[in-house]
Design a protein around this ligand. Structure first.
Ligand code: GUN
Ligand code: ZN
Length: 650
């Protein structure tokens, strides 16, 4: 006979963008792909039956309320006798809530934490919830802090008695970012399986999105990245892109059914009352073939069901779109577009700028898609900050004189400006283009995100002013002389080897000055593509050290290059050290997995080139980091480094 299955909470990151991730969340023998929305099923009403939610709408997880079930003798008995899955006729993952929300709505609840946790176990819940204390947005700091201690104590107790049920450890803390972070860090240290961010329903109901952003980001800062984050009570399609971008993996919606009962329809730009609507211009399967008039004439029950289905379609369609944009590396764009649906959402997006530092640690170094500028808020993306920072700290100009060019209409800039760049270089000037990113030295113009970005030709004043400010600062700090390009006198003489300047400037930008200097030992030979003329390989002192990707203009590091960096720059710079047991596998070119990472450079960003080493700092492979350093230290599963070539291959 098989023993009881051990609760194996496992969360693996498959794709990422911003703080967002596509994850595989394993719950016992079931798998939920995140981001996922769990429809709320009211066990008394079941507006859309759970079986339909599963079969027709494709939901493979739902949430229901154990407190309500426990309070209705008939349901309680049934749930305990046949189990929740059979009672609801739902084969997917079932999460249950604990009664906390009822206490928020109606005051006290008549159940203890231990009782409700035990009850959830007794009905076969997959993921139960602690009886957390709902912290209201108008509570004082002191009152919030006190109640947090109660929630933490109850969570500790729940972890002790949870058995094989998984448990939600809810982050509370009202609107106080210090308390959110404190609460999140405490939850991160406990044996909980999912991290819901709670107490946010009033903020969403009141459209207080900038505070919501603070609350989510402060919580994310303290949480354990190896567990999924659930934004408790968030299920409106208008918030999904922004919330996913901030790293929320799970959502739940009771509104689809609640709103339907009040004749309210959800759309991407808000919720609208049937009585106020002018037309029913919706192409979802539920609305198809219906007009506003027939909807109004339907029986109440039929209409409620139709609107609930419409609301579910809106949510599932938006979530599918969020996932697609996430996969394509364009979730920032979608969030920016969606946040223009309502000024309060725009406030949320604008508030995200304050969290740029945290965002930057997770935001991939490069993406497949181009950066599309959607407005001044785009400037708050970490990609801007990173470019400005690296340009400042890693760029070394070839000459002390700069020639300033206006942005041309083609990219990369060295194409339309081929002759002019060569001319000013002959005169000893370094070409610099004033772009919407700020200054772009000619040698960096093929690099992500500079060439892989699209801006409107008609620039807004904010972008123009910021670009001018950055350019002036750059010219001031890096050059002795700066003139407009057409003021540069013609000079006789040899053409400057711009490819060599580019090859080294990109290496410095990508790897830092010391590592780049180790890579570029004379003599340097550049192998270029016959078709595009772009640099393909860098051969230094007879050894192939780097290859350049055409797509993002960045390098991939070869084993020989890795050895030079390891010899020249001390650990942990650019390193991911793996345990002895995984050395033979990684040396053969297999990926490095998070559970085998021994230590790593704390500054690793996703998609960055890294060197995998053995425990004694011997390089065994090169590849691209898929996780941040923090994640490598905490994920129990999944790829940490996508290895390109191991030492055995060379
Ligand atoms: N549902 C919506 N918000 C909350 C919350 O803060 N805690 C719990 N347990 N359930 C919720
Ligand atoms: Zn519809």
């Amino acid at each position: 006979m098989r023993g009881p299955a051990i609760a194996t909470a496992m969360f693996e990151i498959l794709r990422r963008d911003g703080l967002a991730r596509i994850g595989r969340f394993t719950v016992g023998d079931k798998v939920v792909e995140t981001p996922a929305l769990l429809p709320v099923v009211n066990p008394k009403i079941c507006t859309v039956p759970p079986r339909e939610l599963h079969d027709r709408f494709g939901f493979n997880a739902l949430i229901t309320n154990s407190y309500i079930i426990r309070n209705i003798p008939e349901l309680k008995e049934k749930a305990q006798a046949m189990g929740l899955h059979e009672m609801l006729d739902f084969p997917g993952v079932i999460m249950t809530d604990s009664g906390t929300f009822q206490s928020h709505m109606y005051g006290e609840v008549e159940v203890t934490n231990e009782e409700i946790v035990e009850f959830q176990k007794s009905i076969g819940t997959d993921i139960g919830t602690v009886l957390d204390v709902f912290t209201e947005p108008d509570w004082s700091h002191e009152k919030t802090k006190r109640s947090l201690e109660t929630t933490l104590e109850r969570t500790r107790k729940a972890c002790e008695i949870k058995g094989k049920m998984m448990i939600n450890g809810v982050v509370q803390g009202s609107i106080y970012t210090d308390l959110r972070e404190y609460s999140a860090s405490a939850m991160a240290d406990m044996d909980v399986d999912v991290h819901p961010v709670g107490g946010v329903v009033p903020l969403m109901e009141q459209y207080r999105y900038s505070e919501l952003v603070d609350v989510v980001m402060a919580s994310k800062k303290g949480l354990n990245p190896s567990r999924p984050v659930h934004l408790f009570g968030a299920g409106h399609p208008m918030i999904l892109a922004l919330a996913t971008l901030m790293g929320c993996d799970l959502f739940d919606s009771a509104s689809y059914a609640k709103f339907a009962r009040d004749d309210r329809m959800m759309f991407l730009d808000g919720t609208f009352r049937l009585q106020d609507m002018q037309t029913l211009d919706c192409g979802c399967p539920a609305c198809q073939g219906h007009t506003l008039q027939d909807l109004r004439k339907m029986s109440k029950n039929a209409r409620t069901k139709l609107i609930a289905e419409h609301n579910l379609y809106q949510i599932t369609q938006e979530l599918a779109l969020v996932k697609r944009y996430l996969r394509e590396g364009r979730l920032w764009e979608l969030a920016e577009i969606r946040c223009r649906a309502h000024p309060a959402l725009l406030d949320g997006l604008r508030r995200l700028r304050e969290w740029q530092d945290l965002m930057e640690r997770y935001d991939p170094i490069s993406r497949e898609g181009a950066v599309f500028y959607t407005g001044p808020e785009t400037r708050a993306r970490p990609v801007y900050m990173r470019y400005a920072e690296r340009l400042n700290s890693r760029y070394v100009p070839e000459t002390r004189k700069a020639a300033l060019f206006p942005e041309p209409s083609g990219k990369p800039y060295s194409r339309p400006y081929a002759e002019e760049f060569a001319r000013v270089r002959r005169a000893g000037y370094t070409p610099v283009v004033a772009s919407p990113w700020g200054p772009v030295p000619a040698e960096l113009d093929e690099l992500y995100p500079l060439a892989q970005s699209v801006f409107p030709e008609c620039q807004d004043r904010e972008t123009q002013e910021e670009s001018e400010r950055l350019t002036a600062e750059f010219l001031e700090s890096k050059f002795d002389v700066a003139v407009e390009y057409d003021q540069v006198p013609d000079a006789e003489g040899e053409d400057v080897d711009a490819d060599k300047i580019r090859a080294k400037a990109v290496a410095r930008y990508q790897f830092g000055i010391d590592a780049a200097d180790a890579l570029f030992r004379e003599p340097i030979e550049l192998v270029k593509s016959k078709k595009t003329g772009k640099i393909r390989n860098v051969i230094s002192d007879g050894e192939h050290v780097l290859s350049m990707r055409a797509g993002d203009g960045m390098y991939t590091l070869r084993m020989e290059g890795a050895k030079r960096i390891v010899a020249a720059v001390s650990a942990p710079y650019m390193r991911v050290a793996v345990v002895e047991d995984s050395v033979p596998f990684v040396s053969e070119g297999r990926n490095a997995f998070a559970q085998f990472v021994l230590s790593c450079d704390p500054d690793i960003r996703p998609m960055e080139e890294v060197i995998v080493t053995d425990p004694s700092d011997r390089p065994i492979a090169t590849g691209r980091a898929f996780l941040t350093a923090f994640e490598m230290g905490s994920m129990k599963k999944g790829m940490a480094v996508k290895v390109r070539s191991g030492s055995d291959d060379e």
